[in-house]
Design a protein around this ligand. Structure first.
Ligand code: PAF
Length: 284
């Protein structure tokens, strides 16, 4: 595995592969890698000749008071995992490379997509994601880029910027990897205390309960169903629920017709202590 920190050697290597008509796959990450990330690398390997993984904890996508300072940093063990997974190139840019002193541009996506669900409370989050991903795409110039479906709203935002800005990258969504009790794998699961771990699994189980209940519900009852699910989470031990919502994909608008459930997902975000967990499943 080649490891680079600077743009110049990154571009040289990409150029070498391009000259040989190689298909380049890209998996952008913030490190603290788990099996979910490795499944993205595996998906990329199946479709591409070379896989580039980036590790960069992007300060722009953390709102004030969020966990930027304590986000797990474990570059050594991450690099070992990626090497074992036969990653072609690991790119680890510094903040100075990504955001030099005079950096002053932002990629802003329509509020229809970015100011609901996670965007309603994580102000500036999707601007930060859109900006860093646009930069990373320009730096790595991949043919295909792979993102986990756990961050489904992020996946939609990235598909939107790619289409709107004519970025020549094909975006691939990869299904969420889960623990045996259904908990979606996430770097932030490291924050969950042993006492809270069992409760954490109930997020996914509650989404499944909503999905089952949808079979007998009318569209006007969906908000009430989400309210019941939210209360279930609080009763189960979650400290705060940001949202439980059923929304159409890719517009993220409410569903008014049962026939549209097949193109909808159920989304939830809830806190266990200070740890914010998110998840989503197909509704129909
Ligand atoms: O999903 C993530 O890990 C991050 O949001 C991403 C896409 C790497 C951008 O920083």
């Amino acid at each position: 595995m080649i490891t680079v920190q600077d743009l110049k050697p990154l571009r040289q290597q990409i150029l070498e592969w391009r000259k040989k008509d190689k298909i380049i796959g890209f998996v952008p990450t913030m490190g603290a890698l788990h099996k979910g990330h490795l499944s993205l690398v595996e998906a990329a390997q199946e479709e591409c000749d070379h896989v580039v993984v980036s590790i960069f904890i992007n300060p722009l996508q953390f709102a004030f008071g969020e966990d930027f300072g304590r986000y797990p940093r474990q570059l050594g063990s991450d690099a070992l995992l990626l090497k074992e997974a036969k990653t072609s190139l690991l790119y680890t840019p510094t903040t100075e490379i990504m955001y030099p002193e005079n950096f002053s541009s932002k990629v802003i996506v329509t509020p229809d997509l970015t100011e609901k669900l996670c965007g309603a409370t994580r102000h500036g989050h999707f601007e930060g994601v859109a900006t860093v991903v646009t930069k990373l795409f320009n730096q790595v110039q991949p043919d295909k880029a792979f993102f986990g479906e756990k961050d489904y709203q992020q996946l939609l935002v990235i598909k939107k910027i790619t289409a709107d800005l004519d970025l020549p990258v094909h975006i691939v969504g990869v299904p969420t990897m889960r623990e045996p009790d259904g908990l979606a794998l996430s770097s932030r699961n490291q924050y969950i205390s042993p006492n809270d771990r069992q409760t954490a699994g109930l997020l996914q189980q509650t989404l499944r309960w909503v999905k089952r209940s949808l079979r007998d519900a009318m569209p006007h009852e969906y908000p009430a169903l989400c309210e019941v699910a939210s209360n279930k989470l609080l009763t189960a031990g979650f400290d705060k629920v940001d949202y439980v919502q059923i929304l159409h994909i890719p517009s993220l608008t409410p569903i008014h017709d049962r026939a549209h459930l097949s193109s909808a997902r159920i989304f939830a975000a809830a806190y266990l202590n200070k740890t914010r967990l998110i998840d989503n499943i197909v509704a129909g």
